[in-house]
Design a protein around this ligand. Sequence first.
Ligand SMILES: *Cc1c(COP(=O)(O)O)cnc(C)c1O
Length: 432
Amino acid sequence: MFVSENLSVNEKGHLVIGKNDAVELAKEFGTPLYVLDEDLIRKHCRVYRDAMDKYYGGNGLVLYASKAFCSLYICRVAKEEGLGLDVVSGGELYTALKADFPMDKVYFHGNNKTVDEIELAVKNGVGHFIVDNIYELETLNETAKKAGIVQKIMFRIKPGVDAHTHSFIQTGQIDSKFGVALENGEAFEIIKRASEMSNVKVDGIHCHIGSQIFDIEPFRKAAEIMMNFIGDLKDKLGLEIDMLNLGGGYGIMYTESDDPVPYDEYIRHISGIVKETAEKRGVKVPFILMEPGRSIVAPAGVTLYTVGGVKDIKNVRKYVSVDGGMGDNPRYIMYQSEYEAVIANKANAERTEKVTIAGKCCESGDILLKDAVMPEIHVGDTLAVLATGAYNYSMASNYNRIPRPAVVAVSDGNAKVVIKRETYEDLICNDL
Ligand SMILES: *Cc1c(COP(=O)(O)O)cnc(C)c1O
């Protein structure tokens, strides 16, 4: 009935998430409120982990792509579930450090890591860098030399695969700011260069072709291309590549029209082509890494809002305004992303009218749902927007000086605040 499997409706007709009444959560913690179902997050971690065990005999590791939702809390959950972590900035790395995340399971990404970030990561013993470019490679080799270590690295490769998704989140093609290309020899040259350096060790190669992808084919294609490249590196350089990181990007259901493939299926297909190509090219099956972000946390999230003004412009549009918007969920204004919503205090009510749900920021594009068919909405209703666990809190801003909402984690009938609501005082605390 809902896009996320963990939601239901209780005898009062209220939306239920993680055995918690959403209307009660809104009352207790205030709105807007991010709610995350911890049990579902853990379930997703296990689905990926189990599939890795099943199809690669445990010769692999699932990394949670922390940019989807990064906080001390989620780092601890990922650690407890035995996942590794993908970080893309000094701030994400710092969060992992403060959560006592095992640094050997941290993979440091990013297309323009600063010297400070590189030093922070080397100093703290980050397991692997995913090197993006020659400038980073040289800086890293120097930094590692000064620190007296040999840093393990992988390379971000553009396999030249066109994933069918929004152009802002397509990253596998040659015209991308991320990584080095295969087709013009750039990838081969940089790896050759690295293999001659004293303080880096080439452990593996990495690709990430984009996000919110529903087809298996681009993933299969990318895996095959990467395995063939491993074969080429062995043939031409005598270099053995031990690790293959296939990135994230698995699609989730935001609305009924989205049709994701079960993640287990993806992994089964991809493992098939990896093993087949390894055999064909006479190389061993590498240690496999994958980096799901969205698919682990997005379906577990719901954002609760309180409905304010309702503006019915006859023969034009009916606007329903809520007490949040692009500050807590900028995905509509960035990508015209679609969501589904439920009136949490009458979750079974018949959907009878078309409305546009708008935020409270000073931008006409500050919309959460455009032309959504909803039950009749009134001032004071609690609106729940579904599948907001990824790229919402992590992309939130203080535009219009609106404090960021709290994040509450629910599990088996319990609810706890894992990120406090910002106060007005927080907003000015760095102002001089
Ligand atoms: C964003 C990103 C991911 C995670 O993508 P999802 O679509 O959230 O699964 C994984 N790896 C890299 C390198 C990324 O940039």
